[in-house]
Design a protein around this ligand. Sequence first.
Ligand code: 4AD
Ligand code: MG
Length: 433
Amino acid sequence: ASIPTIKIIDAKNYVGQTVKIGVWLRQKRGSGKIAFLQLRDGTAFFQGVVVKANVSPEVFETAKELKQETSMYVTGEIHADDRSSFGYEMAVQDIQVIGESHDYPITPKEHGTEFLFDERHLYLRHLKPFATLRIRNTLIAATYEFFNNEGFIKLDAPLLTGSAPEGTTDLFETDYFDHQAYLSQTGQLYAEAGAMAFGKVFTFGPAFRAEKSKTRRHLTEFWMIEPEMAFMHQDESLELQERYVAFLIEKVLERNDQELDILKRDKELLRSYTKLPFPRVSYDDAIKLLQDNDFDVKWGVDFGSPEETFLANHFSKPVFITNFPKAIKAFYMKRDPKRDDIVISADLLAPEGYGEIIGGSERDTDYDYLKSRIEEQGLSMDDYGWYLDLRKYGSVPHSGFGLGLERMVTFVTGEDHIREAIPFPRMTHRLRP
Ligand code: 4AD
Ligand code: MG
């Protein structure tokens, strides 16, 4: 029978059989009689054992000469291996080198973070990025599953735009023939148009913000999921948001056991975050709670990282902070009918210091009010006329929100810096690789 070519992750189905696997060498150790090859193929990590007495002299010589990141086919029999967490290894009989590798820069010794991100194109191959980015992939797949199950349409918003709905301070500008364009800060205004056409839509794409502040939670290019629902008020939107977040965590627990182990993430803690509902605390009460705990904050300020961390840890769960001051939020948010100084909005704060993972609101539907807000903020009616049309032709109550994918990745994986959460991070001082 011919030898099957398999992936490491499927080794458990081939115990006692001879198989062939395309792999890269991570590390190697051994003696004159045996070589232990640490191998990876993008699906998992395991060990190949080359015993001098069992292979040809050429194969043993090849094994001894292998350099870090050499690519090859290894052929051999799969055995159970109780000493490794993976549980299986290969008794290697043959090695066929494909691509040599010399002086691979990321050696097994400790390297600084800046160096690793200068080498991000190679660093992707290592344990932490492997685990983190596979979890990111689960979050992406689960997002499509969740919203498809809920009857949403995926609506693609443009990335080159003429509008700046999240404020003009952090815009990336670019020439657009005779005009000026901006890289999109949010797909939301387009999602609102989509909601009036399809009822429930979500956008999912990159967002660009020229964030000058260097923090461990901000990227200049990040990915955002923005659902928008017609005929929906904010309370129902909050229920959807918490079900979505719980669904994402459940799918990672279901599908990424190996990755959570690599990252040493506490699974029971993660599971505790799937118990609904999440607490809802008004901004007013949050300010009082902070003041009672010796924070020097006044009504009207936006929360910084210490405040967010305190609030979420206080409830040991993701927590919605609702109804923020109008003055610190975007122009489109719906006014509270009973109070002119707040808007019907909510931020979802993650526990353990991962910060704001969702921002959202009900949208104002009043043409004249929105027009005045747009003018107040110095935005041009040429750019927003189309948006106001949505309030002219069959406007309905509608709500939506934006989840920052990389914030969610850091929260689920337990990474302390957002640069780990995206394959090629873009930050104030990083445009390469
Ligand atoms: O709160 P934000 O600014 O809300 C919006 O953009 C709305 N248009 C969303 C909507 O209602 N459709 O951003 C939403 C989320 C934040 O909660 C955060 O998770 C993430 O996007 N985010 C960032 N993530 C990484 N780097 C940045 N610079 C981010 N800015 C926002
Ligand atoms: Mg926000």
